[in-house]
Design a binder for this molecule. Structure first.
Ligand code: NAD
Length: 117
């Protein structure tokens, strides 16, 4: 269904992102892991490429909260593939106080984390 389609998965190195990558490869697409975590992104690319015996997984570092980073990501994909067919908006940005106990969450933390989305 996705033969040669370039599908970008923001947060592609994470728990659910990896499942999107697998599903895209199963459908013969090209899965782009676009994640802020360079080390994890590269590791996931290597591991899933071996596991799924494919050369159709790529990694590009991306911070979805930065316009500059988004533009760099688009430039990279444009020069390499000349296309972006689909985007999976899956990244999960959190501020530094994320996962505090409910009663310790400050209004500013709540607002900042939501703004990151
Ligand atoms: N896991 C769940 O139970 C669950 C439930 C409901 C919704 N979701 C949603 O699914 C999505 C993925 O969740 P997950 O559980 O796989 O999370 P995860 O933490 O396993 O993965 C999220 C990925 O996003 C990346 N990321 C964080 N900030 C980023 C940024 N600024 N730019 C680009 N990448 C960034 C992280 O490096 C990580 O690899 C999220 O949007 C989350 O809200 C998850």
């Amino acid at each position: 269904m996705l033969k040669n389609r370039v599908v970008v998965i923001t947060g592609g190195a994470g728990l659910i992102g990896q499942e999107f990558v697998k599903a895209i490869i199963e459908e013969n697409g090209i899965a782009i892991i676009a994640d802020i975590n360079k080390e994890l992104g590269k590791e996931v690319k290597e591991t899933l490429s071996k596991e799924l015996k494919t050369k159709n997984i790529d990694f590009v570092q991306l911070d979805i909260t930065s316009k500059e980073s988004l533009n760099k990501c688009i430039e990279y994909l444009d020069s390499k593939y000349r296309r972006i067919d689909a985007l999976v908006n899956n990244a999960y940005p959190r501020n530094k106080n994320y996962a505090r106990h409910f009663f310790d969450v400050e209004y500013e933390d709540f607002v900042e984390t939501w703004r990151l989305f």
